[in-house]
Design a protein around this ligand. Structure first.
Ligand code: BGC
Length: 266
């Protein structure tokens, strides 16, 4: 039996990057996957096709997670297709970088809207369904699992990215508070905090040898992460192997949070 056999997994923002890898990894473990996208229907269709070619099951659904009506509609479409949901991966996220004094309210609101409010809106719909349905012992020991995609920037301050760091700091306590409140319902809530992973969001930080060398100074393990590193962690965290893991952040960052500057200094 595969680790996520027959479970329905909604992965927001999975038309590319970390989300796409999580969607494919979960499908390979037997999950029926909803590939959510905001704008890139082409990217989402490609992920769905790849999953199907590998013998898995997936559909794509469009929704901007910062919009309540679109989130509700996405969950209704999910229930029409697969009746229920077992796993939510709150992955959709973006950056709108600016020096603090130049940051516009629009840049602030867009990042908080997708990265933080979007996680709230999706988690609320998933939790309602988990509570309504409860545990199905043949499928899983818990009533559902929510994985919040956070970042090392839930703890590492990030100049030039105040909106992003604030959104991920917010995700940390949103996740922990949900975990505390929902645990008695056997609903598991946790985060994954990726470090620098090679995706389109941070291409400038790794796509030339000079940039990659600079980035590696921040990574004790001396390798930039790849989306599959996060896919593997997400499968484990969603599976019953992690049943007793509740309200925690798993850092998958090659040691980026270990104050690398202190390896020789201090
Ligand atoms: C950001 C990336 C960055 C990484 C490490 C992520 O959350 O989205 O742009 O490379 O953190 O700083």
């Amino acid at each position: 039996m595969k680790r996520l056999q027959d479970r329905v997994a909604l992965v927001t923002g999975s038309s590319s990057g970390i989300g796409a890898a999580v969607a494919k990894s979960m499908a390979a473990e037997g999950a029926k996957v909803i590939v959510n996208y905001a704008r890139s229907s082409k990217g989402a269709e490609a992920v769905v096709e790849e999953i199907k070619t590998a013998g898995g099951e997936a559909i794509s659904i469009q929704a901007d997670v910062s919009q309540e009506d679109q989130v509700k509609s996405m969950f209704l479409q999910t229930f029409e297709a697969y009746e229920t949901i077992d796993i939510l991966v709150n992955n959709a996220g973006l950056q709108k970088d600016a020096a603090f004094v130049n940051m516009t309210l629009d840049q602030w609101n867009t990042v908080i809207g997708v990265n933080l409010t979007g996680q709230f809106l999706c988690a609320r719909e998933a939790a309602k369904e988990f509570m309504r349905r409860g545990v199905i012992p043949e499928k899983s020991c818990s009533a559902g699992s929510i994985i919040c995609m956070s970042s090392v920037h839930e703890v590492i301050p990030w100049a030039g990215h105040c909106n992003y760091a604030a959104s991920k700091g917010g995700v940390m306590l949103l996740m922990k508070s949900m975990a505390q409140e929902l645990a008695p319902h056997k609903i598991r809530v946790n985060s994954i905090a990726p470090g620098a992973i090679k995706t389109p969001i941070n291409r400038d930080a790794w796509d030339t040898p000079e940039a990659e060398a600079e980035l590696l100074k921040l990574i004790p393990y001396n390798r930039v992460g790849i989306p599959e590193d996060i896919g593997k962690a997400a499968v484990w965290l969603a599976s019953d192997e992690a049943e007793y893991v509740q309200g925690t952040t798993i850092f998958v960052d090659g040691g980026m949070t270990l104050y690398p500057g202190f390896a020789t200094g201090g």
